[in-house]
Design a protein around this ligand. Structure first.
Ligand SMILES: *Cc1c(COP(=O)(O)O)cnc(C)c1O
Length: 360
């Protein structure tokens, strides 16, 4: 069998081996059900246990208050770019976006199809290497949207700002469950699952219940309505059953590991190992303003293309894969989500140290 490598992919990303093994053990026949989860009706008792179990575990590990609903949605985080404005505003309404990178921009573009999407703050002037200090809400906004962790650029909101009574919506795709997020600070949080919660295609939405009571424009399709999803326990149609099962396994693993705060501590240590070395390196650099650094996606560059290529070749030799930076920024990006153990980061660090020694 081909060996598993150290996978630093930004998503879909490396999952804990024990979770994969548990899924493998249950693959052909799930418990007493007589079939695989893949073959199971979403109306079956066993599946109800899977989906409600996943929901309840997520509620515990994120300490989600009772006045928030948890929804399992399809179409990844990107579909949420459209669903948020369609459910929180009427056509032509005003809402605010903060432009901190590519996903933030895509979210804004979807909002602009629906209404008056105003960008009040942006870090585009410095290639999205920081989170804007001054963030304001455009007058009359139905919500303000931020991208909590900017996967491509390696920045993150490490504190929030005053947004008055305007509902705060956050795309926390690449940091959910890897960093402590206080749900009470938000009105709506969404995240694609493939970074810290398992397979792609699934998105988790955590929405304050009062937002479910807003009147929705009649043109909004049934599958795009949060209220419909909530009223049907995320099973208005056949949900992505296996993905929900896998996400549930990830939630239980987080709980077993001591919860989100415990994992955040480990993730901070992993990130610090890399940032410490980079900050003292004569060869590697990280462009992000220190206080806005992400603990999930660590970006770094080398002085030229030849060195970059040589380093990527070296990584390959060491069994390190998917560490190339996003095509729009180049360089390297180490995505070190919950599924990447400390030893994996140590191997990367050793590879960087050795490379520096040999290329001075
Ligand atoms: C990965 C990612 C997305 C896109 O997720 P899809 O599931 O591919 O739609 C959106 N926002 C952020 C912050 C991401 O990291």
């Amino acid at each position: 069998m081909v060996e598993r490598k150290l996978n630093f992919s930004a998503g879909p990303s490396q999952m804990p081996l024990e979770v994969l093994k548990e899924m493998q053990d249950e693959f052909l026949c799930y418990k007493e059900s007589g079939c695989s989860v893949l073959e199971m009706s979403h109306r079956a008792k066993d599946f109800e246990e899977i989906i409600f179990g996943a929901r309840d575990t997520l509620r515990r590990i994120m300490e989600i208050p009772e006045d928030y609903e948890i929804l399992f949605m399809q179409g990844g985080a990107t579909t949420q770019f459209s669903m948020v404005p369609m459910n929180l505003a009427k056509q032509g309404d005003t809402f605010t976006y903060v432009n901190t990178g590519q996903f933030a921009g895509k979210a804004k573009d979807e909002g602009a199809r629906w209404g008056n999407a105003v960008v009040t703050a942006s870090s585009k002037d410095k290639t999205f290497s920081y989170i804007p200090d001054e963030i304001t809400v455009a007058p009359g906004s139905k919500f303000i949207h931020i991208t909590g962790n900017n996967t491509i650029y390696g920045t993150s909101y490490n504190s929030l700002f005053d947004h008055g009574d305007t509902p705060l919506v956050a795309d926390w795709s690449s940091a959910i469950l890897g960093k402590w997020i206080d749900v009470k600070d938000y009105d709506l949080i969404y995240a694609g699952a493939q970074k810290n919660m398992g397979p792609s295609g699934l998105a988790v939405v955590i929405i304050k219940k009062n937002l479910l009571e807003l009147e929705v424009d009649p043109v909004v399709p049934v599958m795009m309505r949060y209220k419909v999803a909530a009223d049907n326990d995320s099973m208005y149609n056949t949900p992505p059953t296996y993905s929900i099962y896998a996400a549930g396994k990830m939630f239980s693993w987080v709980e077993k590991m001591g919860g989100v705060r415990a994992l955040e501590e480990i993730n901070k240590e992993k990130a610090e190992m890399l940032y410490d070395f980079i900050d003292n390196s004569a060869l590697f650099t990280n462009p992000v303003r220190v206080k806005d650094r992400s603990i999930m996606n660590v970006t770094f560059t080398l002085p030229d293309e030849a060195l970059t290529k040589a380093f990527l070749d070296e990584c390959k030799m060491k069994g390190i894969i998917n560490i190339k930076g996003h095509r729009s920024v180049g360089g390297m990006r180490a995505s070190i989500y919950n599924g990447m153990p400390k030893e994996g980061v140590k191997t990367l660090l050793d590879t960087m140290k050795e490379f520096e020694k040999n290329n001075r």
